[in-house]
Design a protein around this ligand. Structure first.
Ligand SMILES: [Zn+2]
Length: 303
């Protein structure tokens, strides 16, 4: 991991602080920041981003997925193909932090300001992107805006993904003025891009523990979600001898411990295993558990 400490001019720092505060104000009431995917609040944050970028002279458009893309044209007379891009997302989880996603968008806005105010020649287009619906908090699937421009989520998929109120992603997109039926025509052409970098706040404490300000990601994890059902036999806790029991909870507990051991094994460096939910049936203190369901998340480091 390479590290660096970046000096920030006081005027730039105050601009960054003002932008961070402006985005944090687009939130539902309650603790932290709640600005869910394809909500009116998310769209207001995108509109704020769009206005600021237009003021800088960027050409701005919002695609069918709700991603907002601002572009500064090259200033040098070159025929170099493909843009340089940076940005992040504007939606949040429920009661999230004010920096998640926003740090990368605000950094992109500051890069655009510095670019416009400097004489640095741009050999390529510079694009600043606010992605839509990157969190899985509302519809259970993450990275929706970026999946759609990569052609990985179809119009049909948006009809099946639903929030806790039963609202489909398709309907939510229509309700905020987007056009999911046009998704296919908005898939990005890789030839139009040279490189993309996303600045993102660290959501663990590795950098903090190491005492460094910033790091470069050298690998990314792929997530697997499992829904496991363990079958046993329900019977009376007082009357059933230990050797005759088929206790689903005891068996499932072994699975939890095994998963934890695998993740801690040095041969699986970087893997995380989490059991985040348990349902025990029938759930009575005097009955041996018959079934137990658990939901398990596994993030496997990809080199
Ligand atoms: Zn994020």
């Amino acid at each position: 991991m390479r590290t660096a400490v970046l000096p920030v001019h006081p005027a730039e720092a105050s601009r960054l602080t003002a932008d961070l505060s402006a985005f944090a104000a687009f939130t539902e009431a309650g603790d932290g920041v709640t600005r869910l995917a394809y909500s009116a609040l998310e769209r207001r944050a995108h509109a704020f981003f769009e206005e600021r970028m237009r003021e800088l002279g960027c050409a701005v458009h919002t695609d069918a997925a709700g991603n907002t893309v601002a572009e500064l044209a090259p200033t040098a007379d070159t025929d170099v193909a493909g843009a340089i891009g940076t940005g992040s997302h504007l939606d949040s989880v429920v009661h999230g932090g004010r920096f998640d996603g926003i740090a990368g968008v605000v950094a992109a806005m500051e890069v655009a300001r510095l670019a416009v105010g400097s004489s640095i020649a741009r050999r390529r287009p510079w694009r600043f992107v606010a992605f839509a619906a990157e969190e899985g908090a509302r519809f259970g699937q993450a990275c929706n805006g970026s999946r759609m421009i990569a052609g990985l989520t179809s119009v049909e998929d948006t009809r099946h993904l639903r929030d806790v109120d039963g609202v489909s992603m398709y309907q939510a997109m229509c309700d905020v003025g987007l056009a999911p039926d046009e998704l296919l025509s908005h898939v990005w052409d890789p030839a139009q891009w040279h490189a993309f970098v996303e600045l993102h706040v660290e959501q663990g404490a590795v950098l903090q523990d190491a005492g460094v300000a910033i790091g470069v990601v050298d690998s990314i994890s792929g997530s697997t979600r499992l829904h496991v059902v363990v079958d046993g036999t329900a019977s009376h806790t007082g009357a059933t001898p230990m050797h005759r029991r088929r206790d689903a909870l005891v068996a499932a507990a072994s699975c939890v411990i095994a998963g934890n051991s695998i993740a801690n094994d040095s041969a699986h460096h970087g893997t995380r295993v989490t059991v985040g939910r348990l349902d025990v049936s029938p759930g009575a203190i005097t009955t041996i558990p018959r079934t137990r369901r658990f939901r398990c998340g596994c993030a496997r480091r990809r080199q």
